[in-house]
Each structure stands twice: as structure tokens, then as C-alpha cells.
Design a protein around this ligand. Structure first.
Ligand code: HEC
Ligand code: HEC
Ligand code: HEC
Ligand code: HEC
Ligand code: HEC
Length: 176
């Protein structure tokens, strides 16, 4: 069974592949920002605890620093070109679940264990992003992966009560 922290590598999957990392218009290093500089994930992905999508930061977030930092680097010049024209930066999406699946970030990021501590970290599902120079899809994102975690026992069964699990596994939990 998959437990949080394990890296599942299922080579049988077709459309969703762990390890997938498309080419990006510039090299953006999570290691440099979230690792070496210890920037919080949610500084840039601030939709995660508020909405279904974590969100990709706008150029305003980047240019707060890069108006002053490494302005001579080619990559930063590219950012600045888009920023000046008020255009979004053309990042290529790494993760993409099929349309018929519902995945809300908010409920996952806010989920608490029985002591009131955060149950899941970004890294539980995305792996050690702060060590990645190019971010990649880390988990398989297949239905079995979702259901394995949802089915983990929260409270064991007693003679009077069925065991409860971390989250529901009825079909319409995740399917419209
Ligand atoms: C300085 C801003 C910044 C910080 C801090 C940051 N990210 Fe990102 N993140 C980005 C940008 C920009 C992208 C889009 C470019 C890319 O995919 O490399 C991205 C992409 C991602 C993606 C892939 C999204 C997709 O396209 O599917 C994941 C997952 C991710 N970040 C997770 C994290 C996690 C986890 C942390 C903390 C350990 C973190 N990020 C910290 C800016 C940031
Ligand atoms: C329970 C697993 C799980 C956790 C915890 C989680 N994610 Fe995700 N994340 C996913 C899945 C699944 C997708 C793909 C969603 C889709 O394609 O609809 C995704 C997609 C993303 C994306 C790209 C699409 C988007 O929603 O903007 C970013 C960026 C991202 N996650 C960042 C984060 C950050 C930052 C955290 C922590 C604050 C986090 N995630 C926590 C599973 C998770
Ligand atoms: C809190 C400040 C801060 C923010 C916000 C920030 N960066 Fe950076 N960035 C830095 C620092 C510091 C460096 C590393 C400088 C060094 O060590 O050479 C850097 C380096 C880079 C580099 C490498 C430049 C080179 O020399 O080739 C790129 C590309 C980059 N950042 C892109 C981004 C993008 C895209 C965003 C927004 C998603 C972003 N940064 C947000 C501080 C920041
Ligand atoms: C590592 C564990 C983990 C993984 C992986 C995971 N989830 Fe969850 N999920 C949870 C937990 C815990 C909750 C319950 C949050 C709460 O209500 O406290 C939850 C809740 C949900 C909910 C809201 C359920 C409700 O109460 O209505 C949906 C929808 C959902 N998950 C979809 C998904 C999908 C789709 C995937 C796979 C792409 C996935 N989850 C992967 C742990 C996980
Ligand atoms: C916890 C979330 C979750 C639950 C619960 C869930 N699914 Fe899924 N399901 C997914 C995800 C994510 C995918 C897309 C990835 C994949 O194909 O594995 C998917 C894909 C599918 C597919 C398409 C598979 C294919 O090969 O194209 C079918 C059919 C399906 N689910 C049926 C069901 C049925 C029936 C139930 C209830 C018994 C159910 N699902 C419960 C998350 C869930």
C-alpha cells in the first residue's frame, strides 16, 4: 500500500506519468528559490489553501525581486519583456488530471490529523520540490493513488463502529 512519502513509480500508466517535466521557456529552479533561499511554497502558490488550484505566480511576484536581482541574466530579461507588456508568462503546465476528475487543493492543504497538525504537506504529493532544479510530476496521479490514501484508516473498527478512513471513496467524491 502507498503511504505518504513513498515515491510511486508506475511505468504502466499512459497519459499521466511521474517524472514528466516539459521544457519551459526559461529555467526556473525550485532548488534555488524554495531550497537555497528557503522561500515558502505558498509565497508563490497562494491559491493552495484558498481554492481548488494552487496557482502559478504572476510576474508581479517575480519582479518584486527581479527588478533588482540578476537583471542582466537572459532569463530575467525575458521575464521583464513580458512584464513590461503586461503579458502572462507562457509556462507549460506539468500536472493535468482529466476533465472528469475533481481535485481540490484547499481541502487537502487544510486537512488536520487528530492532534490538529497539518496532515499533508505539499511534498506528500509533489515530492522534494525544494531540491528540484526542474519541477516534475512526482506522484502517478492515478485513481489508485488517490484511493490508497483516502482509504487509510483514521480510526480502527470497534465491535460497535466501522473503521473510519481519511477521506471518502465513493465515486462522486472525485467524479462529476
Ligand atoms: C519563487 C516562486 C516559487 C516558489 C517559492 C515555489 N514555486 Fe512552485 N512554481 C513556480 C513557478 C514559476 C512554476 C511554473 C514553472 C515551472 O513549472 O517550473 C512552478 C511550478 C510548480 C509546480 C508544477 C505546476 C504545474 O505546472 O503542474 C509544482 C507542483 C510546484 N511548483 C510546487 C511547489 C512547491 C511544493 C514549492 C515549495 C517547496 C514551490 N512550488 C515553491 C514558482 C514557485
Ligand atoms: C493530496 C495531494 C496534493 C497536495 C497535498 C498538494 N497537491 Fe498540488 N497537485 C496535486 C494534484 C493531484 C494536482 C493536479 C491537479 C489537476 O490537474 O487538476 C496538483 C497540481 C498542482 C499545481 C498545478 C496546478 C494548480 O493547481 O495550480 C501546483 C502549482 C501545485 N499542485 C502546488 C502545490 C502546493 C504549493 C502544495 C502545498 C501548499 C500542494 N500542491 C499540495 C496534488 C496535491
Ligand atoms: C524573494 C526574492 C525572489 C523572488 C520573489 C523571485 N526570485 Fe528568482 N532569484 C532570486 C535570487 C536571490 C536569485 C539568485 C541570485 C543568485 O544566486 O545568482 C534568483 C535567481 C533566479 C533565476 C536565475 C537567474 C540567472 O542568473 O540565470 C531565475 C531565472 C529566476 N530567479 C526566476 C524567477 C521567477 C520566474 C520568479 C517568479 C516566479 C522569481 N525568480 C521570483 C530571488 C527571487
Ligand atoms: C496523501 C493522501 C491523499 C491523496 C494522495 C489524495 N487525497 Fe484527497 N483527501 C485526502 C484527505 C485527508 C481528505 C480529507 C480532508 C478533510 O475533509 O479533512 C481528502 C479529501 C478529498 C476530497 C473532498 C472529499 C469530500 O469530503 O467531499 C476530494 C474531492 C479529493 N480528496 C480528491 C482527491 C483526488 C482526485 C486525488 C487524486 C488525484 C486525491 N484526493 C488524492 C487525502 C488524500
Ligand atoms: C479519490 C478519488 C477517486 C475516487 C473515489 C474514484 N476515482 Fe475514478 N479516477 C480518479 C482519477 C484521479 C482518475 C484519472 C486517472 C486514472 O485514469 O487513473 C480516475 C479515472 C477513472 C476512470 C477512467 C479510467 C480510464 O482508464 O480511463 C473511470 C472509469 C473511473 N475513474 C471510475 C470510477 C468509479 C466507478 C469509482 C467509484 C467506484 C471511482 N472512479 C472513484 C479518482 C477517483
Amino acid at each position: 500500500m502507498w503511504t505518504p512519502g513513498d515515491h510511486v513509480d508506475d511505468s504502466t500508466q499512459s497519459s499521466l506519468v511521474s517524472g514528466y517535466h516539459p521544457d519551459q521557456p526559461i529555467e526556473f529552479s525550485h532548488k534555488l528559490h524554495a531550497g537555497d533561499r528557503k522561500m515558502e511554497c505558498e509565497y508563490c502558490h497562494n491559491g493552495a489553501r484558498r481554492s481548488p488550484v494552487a496557482g502559478i505566480p504572476s510576474l508581479n511576484t517575480c519582479m518584486g525581486c527581479h527588478k533588482f536581482v540578476n537583471t542582466d541574466a537572459d532569463a530575467i530579461k525575458k521575464l521583464n519583456e513580458h512584464y513590461k507588456k503586461n503579458e502572462p508568462f507562457p509556462w507549460t503546465l506539468v500536472h493535468k488530471l482529466p476533465e472528469y476528475v475533481r481535485f481540490p487543493h484547499k481541502v487537502h492543504v487544510l486537512a488536520k490529523d487528530h492532534q490538529g497538525q497539518a496532515l499533508l504537506k505539499c511534498q506528500t504529493c509533489h515530492g522534494p520540490v525544494e531540491k528540484m532544479t526542474t519541477v516534475e510530476q512526482w506522484a502517478p496521479l492515478q485513481m489508485g493513488w488517490c484511493i490508497d490514501c483516502h482509504s487509510q484508516t483514521k480510526e480502527p473498527a470497534t465491535p460497535f463502529k466501522k473503521a473510519t478512513t481519511l477521506a471518502p471513496i465513493t465515486c462522486n467524491t472525485c467524479h462529476y
